[in-house]
Every structure is written in C-alpha cells, then in structure tokens.
Write a protein that binds this ligand. Structure first.
Ligand code: AR6
Length: 175
C-alpha cells in the first residue's frame, strides 16, 4: 500500500504549467471550452486545441477523451466531464469515480506514465470537496494496485480548501 501511496503527490498550483505526460481537463460535455480549469487549459494550449476537440463529438459525463497538448508543457490533455452536484442521489459519486477510472484507463492505453488531475467537479459543478477527494484517492489507489504502468499521479490544488482536503484524505489513506 505504501508503495502505491508514494506514487501520488498533492501539489498546489496551476495545472497548465506542468510538464507531465497528460493533464486532465474538467470539461463540459461539448468539449469546446468553458470557465475554470477548462478555460485556463484552452487558453494555455492555444486555439488548435478546440479544432481537435470539435472532431471528438463531445463526451458523456463520467467518460474521457484524449487530445494533444499543443502549446502546453504536457504532451496530452485528457478531457473528462464530471457530474454536476445535485444532492448526491443522482449517481454523482459513481460518475465522479468513473471520471478517474476513464482518465487512468486512457493514460495506460496511450502509454502515459505521469498524469495530473485537477479537482474534477469541485468548482462550478459544486461537488463537496472532501467527498470528491476521497473518491479521487480511492479510485486512484484501486487503479494503481491493479496496474503498474503509471509512475506518478499528481492531484493539483488551485485553492486552499482543495489542498487541505487532499492532505487530510491522503493522511487517512496512509494510516
Ligand atoms: N489549475 C488547477 N486547478 C484549477 C485551475 C488551474 N489553472 N483553475 C481552476 N482550478 P472547475 P468543474 C480548480 O470549475 O467544477 C467549466 O466551465 C478549481 O479551483 O474548473 O468540474 C467547464 O467547461 C476547482 O477546484 O471545474 C464545465 O462547464 C477545480 O479546478 C465546468 O466548468 C474544478 O473547478 C466544470 O466544472
């Protein structure tokens, strides 16, 4: 277990600055850009990104699609669509878990070894942050247990609330 936990890093900052194999985008189902981290990624990657995204035909909630990274330092962008929080009884936890599984699966299928996640659904989509970080860590540890091709998973925290929640969740996971 500790060797798996060692592959996970919680970092503070802007995901668009990271030189990893893939950064994950918390997109919407059109995949054509938006606010939050989605807007930041599209701005940093440049306008070629939306051209490739137009060819993808959108993405369902809980699923993921991959593009090139264009002007980013990251080689690829994995776009996923998190659930909008509507109280928790409309499949939100399963859909959020599915986002992490789909992104990690795509990373493995594309031989990517390092991947950075933002806190999917924790901004505009209003998912309770502590619950979301538990799902992110649980699904990632489950995935890493079954496959050893991923070297490093970064959880990138843009705000203090998310940063603290990830630290607590990781502390619980290590206990
Ligand atoms: N780097 C890392 N994390 C970031 C950055 C950044 N540059 N910018 C924001 N965050 P959100 P959602 C954090 O709202 O809740 C878009 O319009 C942010 O602080 O970006 O999944 C899409 O098009 C928060 O913790 O994504 C969708 O319509 C986390 O990223 C909708 O928002 C996610 O916040 C998706 O909403």
């Amino acid at each position: 277990m500790l060797d798996l936990i060692a592959k996970i890093k919680v970092v503070k900052g802007d995901i668009t600055t990271l030189a990893v194999d893939a950064i994950v985008n918390a997109a919407n189902s059109s995949l054509l850009g938006g606010g939050g981290v989605d807007g930041a990624i599209h701005r940093a990657a440049g306008s070629e990104l939306v051209h490739e995204c137009r060819l993808l035909g959108g993405c369902k909630t809980g699923q993921a699609k991959i593009t090139k990274g264009y002007k980013l330092f990251a080689k690829h962008i994995i776009h996923t669509v998190g659930p909008v929080w509507r109280g928790g009884k409309r499949g939100e936890p399963e859909l959020l878990a599915s986002c992490y599984q789909s992104c990690l699966n795509l990373a493995v299928r594309n031989n990517l070894r390092t991947i950075a996640f933002p806190a999917i659904s924790c901004g505009i989509y209003d998912y309770p942050v502590r619950d979301a970080t538990k799902i992110a860590v649980t699904e990632t540890l489950k995935f890493l247990r079954d496959r050893d091709s991923i070297d490093e998973v970064l959880f990138v925290c843009f705000d203090t609330e998310v940063h603290e929640a990830y630290h607590e969740t990781m502390r619980d996971a290590s206990a």
